[in-house]
Design a protein around this ligand. Structure first.
Ligand code: HEC
Length: 117
């Protein structure tokens, strides 16, 4: 019986697609998306500072309404602030699905108002 957990570990669906996405969003290659895009993709202020123009804020964008294509492109390209990740499409899909699951309610309101889908 003690061997059972070890045997299960090797199986692909030991963790669900959702949990995989949650894990990846929280810690993809060491730098968390959540640090800049908020707990569930809603966006957040990364830092606030003052310069000659007064108070400034650097924000991670709200990515809840981004398409999977947007996300794959964003994660695989260079940005000024956001790191480049080298995640596979499958990994980005898991992150995407996680964000969508977490924001089901918010996104359903969004599509109701904008009936594009
Ligand atoms: C260090 C902060 C930081 C981290 C970490 C980060 N991002 Fe970003 N991300 C940004 C900023 C700032 C932008 C705005 C555009 C830019 O910098 O080019 C952005 C843009 C994006 C965009 C482009 C579309 C949009 O609506 O702005 C997507 C999609 C995205 N990020 C997803 C992710 C995902 C998924 C992760 C984790 C794998 C991640 N980001 C990690 C800061 C970050």
């Amino acid at each position: 019986m003690l061997l059972l957990p070890l045997m299960l570990w090797g199986q692909e669906d030991f963790i669900s697609h959702y949990e995989y996405g949650e894990m990846l969003y929280a810690n993809p290659r060491g730098v968390s998306c959540a640090q800049c895009h908020g707990e569930i993709g809603e966006g957040k202020t990364i830092v606030e500072f003052r310069d000659i123009h007064g108070k400034q804020a650097l924000r991670g964008s709200d990515i809840r309404e981004d398409t999977l294509e947007d996300m794959i492109k964003a994660v695989n390209s260079y940005h000024e602030i956001m790191p480049r990740y080298y995640l596979t499409d499958e990994e980005v899909k898991a992150i995407y699905d996680y964000i969508h699951k977490k924001n089901e309610l918010y996104l359903s309101k969004f599509t109701e108002n904008n009936s594009t889908e």
